[in-house]
Design a protein around this ligand. Structure first.
Ligand SMILES: Nc1ncnc2c1ncn2[C@@H]1O[C@H](COP(=O)(O)OP(=O)(O)OP(=O)(O)O)[C@@H](O)[C@H]1O
Length: 278
């Protein structure tokens, strides 16, 4: 998992303003992505239309290879759509936008083994804020992921799940307005996963950040999200978007037993099955 902090982009052309509602964070219109492969151009995403209001938690689910990561790369400004338009805060995305942090899956490769956890987490803040504030933010971020006591330790002495939490801490220390995460809790054991999910909900409540995350876990998507989007097919498209309409704060046991939770779960599974049978 790599953390991509967004910053200066010398090659980026001047942003183009696009008319959107003031409270919309992301607006995607007819976004398609085609990438070159050995066997010629491959259509990865086709005609994606997606609006993500500010402060929303959006969970993206779908089978492997349907283009979820590709979509996240578009949102993170790491890949331009082949056609259609993608904007954030009313501006066309032409590179990694300010205040957007992307946390990718390949966490094992992203930590610097010669740096302690606190110095890994503080790395993107170096040169941006003073040492004392940096230390405070690093401490806070490590404590959010339950690794405060390991601050002086080194990444190679941690389990895979712990390394993943360090990556998340590194993103949180940046206090992003938009957090994009690719399978953030995939490598965690069930109990750590549940506690990280609740930590994320608390964090979002406190910061009002817009959070878009990919997961293979439909239960996780419903539990965390305001809205769940399903990506299916090849090329990937979005056959289902569903507002979860679940009250907050959520509870790992009670929320998952609510009739509405079960209804959403049923609808997502039904849409997945329908897509699979096509
Ligand atoms: N840079 C690339 N060049 C060519 N093809 C690519 C590239 N990146 C992804 N693909 C292809 O695009 C399709 C979608 O990939 P993507 O990683 O977006 O799917 P995904 O839904 O995130 O999958 P997973 O759930 O397994 O992570 C796959 O067929 C993949 O092989």
């Amino acid at each position: 998992m790599t953390v991509n902090r967004v910053g200066a982009r010398p090659e980026t052309p001047a942003p183009v303003a696009i008319s959107t509602s003031r409270s919309d964070c992301y607006v995607l219109r007819h976004v398609s992505v085609t990438l070159p492969t050995d066997r010629g151009p491959l259509d990865i995403l086709r005609d994606i239309n997606l609006t993500v209001p500010e402060g929303e938690i959006l969970g993206i689910v779908g089978r492997s290879g349907t283009g979820k990561t590709t979509l996240l790369r578009v949102l993170g400004g790491l890949l331009r759509p082949t056609s259609g338009s993608a904007s954030v805060d009313g501006f066309e995305i032409t590179g990694p936008p300010e205040q957007v942090v992307t946390v990718f899956q390949d966490y094992a490769a992203a930590l610097l083994p010669w740096r302690s956890l606190e110095r890994n987490v503080g790395l993107p803040l170096e040169g941006r804020i003073g040492k004392s504030e940096r230390q405070d933010r690093v401490r806070e971020a490590l404590s959010m992921v339950g690794l405060e006591s390991r601050a002086k330790d080194y990444p190679w002495r941690l389990s895979g799940g712990m390394q993943q939490r360090v990556q998340i801490a590194r993103a949180l220390a940046l206090r992003p307005r938009v957090l994009l995460m690719d399978e953030p809790f995939g490598a965690l054991d069930a109990m750590t996963k549940a506690s990280m999910q609740d930590q994320l909900l608390r964090l979002q409540r406190d910061t009002q950040a817009t959070v878009i995350f990919i997961t293979h876990d439909i239960e996780e998507a419903i539990y965390l999200s305001d809205r769940v989007a399903l990506i299916a097919g090849s090329p990937g498209h979005v056959p289902l978007e569903i507002a979860t309409e679940l009250e907050r704060p959520r509870d790992q046991v009670e929320t998952r037993e609510l009739p509405r939770y079960l209804e959403v779960r049923h609808q997502v599974h039904a849409a997945l099955a329908a897509e699979h049978n096509q």
